[in-house]
Design a protein around this ligand. Structure first.
Ligand code: PEP
Ligand code: MG
Length: 323
């Protein structure tokens, strides 16, 4: 089984009728880069930078961050690296910063909300990223974007930081893509508008599911509601992809759903362009992509989207995969 998958390591992720997608890995830092490459990852679809902040005694400096981003970009040897800007708050805390007391931290002051409020922290990270951009193929994405205004504001700060560095005589790549995570239902619904401004989307299903179903992703009691295969989630994914494609933008997914074998054929059929997952899931996903036609995947997706319940969707995929 393992050996059978290993031969797919350097192959393209392409269906038997010629539809190509990209299979990438999620990483928390440089230590994970080798695993992505060894498992045939075509890029990094999510670099969770919060670990850099959580593993530090104080806010990491621009220089510390620059070194960390440079190392990952160089390690990926010119393959695309999507770096997510700081996603802290919710359940993720820092020893050196007092978060405000809130009733619902997951609905509160976190991620891009904090970054747009404390712009010095945000600017330091963006400076480090811009400086590192010349060492590989960098894409930057903002987490937890809820409104078009937030995206525009974050993008404006990025542009300002970039111009500031250039004025200082520092080299910055001129093809950094700037995109956003779609993990709040409001942004999935408005995807066609966001797509005028963002270079790409990456769907964060871990949060998208919890916010859509109003079910905490950590809660055991309501875990029955945490349903990646609920048709409502599939429809939000579809809206996101259609909204992006209408403006010629690409869409990835970096939530756990992207690597779930039962989800891969549906997501492929919905037109997802990039799947980012744990390194160890990549080769199996490639095997799946190579063994189906895009036409069949599209039919399967259309069938799933029309179902009433998650169980019905799962039965539909199971019978498809059994063939
Ligand atoms: C997500 O929400 O799907 C995601 C990838 O981000 P995280 O799991 O870090 O919240
Ligand atoms: Mg998230």
């Amino acid at each position: 089984e393992k050996e059978e998958l290993k031969v797919l390591k350097n192959e393209a992720s392409i269906t038997s009728d010629g539809h190509q997608v990209e299979l990438a890995g999620n990483i928390g830092g440089y230590a994970d880069v080798e695993g992505v490459l060894n498992n045939g990852g075509e890029g990094v679809g999510l670099f969770r930078t919060e670990f850099l902040y959580m593993g530090s005694k104080d806010w990491p400096t621009e220089e510390e961050q620059f070194q960390a981003y440079k190392q990952v970009l160089e390690g990926m040897q010119g393959k695309k690296v999507v770096v997510r800007t700081l996603d802290i708050g919710g359940d993720k805390h820092l020893d050196y910063y007092d978060f405000p007391e809130e009733m619902n931290p997951f609905l509160g002051y976190r991620a891009i909300r904090l970054c747009l409020d404390q712009t010095d922290i945000f600017r330091t990270q963006l400076r480090a990223l811009c400086r590192a951009s010349v060492y590989g193929k960098l894409c930057i994405m903002f987490p937890m974007i809820a409104t078009v205004q937030e995206f525009r504001d974050a993008k404006a700060i990025f542009e300002d930081v970039k111009a500031e560095l250039i004025a200082e005589g520092v080299a910055v790549s001129d093809d950094i893509q700037v995109g956003m995570m779609v993990e709040i239902p409001a942004s999935a619904v408005l995807a066609d508008q966001f797509a005028k401004y963002a270079d790409f989307f990456s769907i964060g299903t871990n949060d998208l599911i919890q916010y859509s179903m109003a079910a905490d992703r950590m809660s055991q009691k309501v875990s029955y509601l945490y349903q990646p295969f609920n048709p409502s989630i599939l429809r939000l994914v579809k809206m996101t992809i259609e909204g992006a494609h209408a403006h010629g933008k690409w869409v990835g997914m970096c939530g756990a759903m992207a690597g779930e074998p039962k989800a891969v054929p549906i997501l492929l059929g919905l037109g997802l362009d990039e799947f980012s997952m744990s390194a160890t899931q990549i080769l199996n996903a490639r095997k799946q992509v190579k063994s189906i036609t895009f036409e069949d995947a599209q039919k399967l997706a259309a069938e799933c989207i029309a179902k009433d319940t998650a169980d019905e969707v799962l039965e539909t995929v199971a019978s498809y995969m059994g063939k």
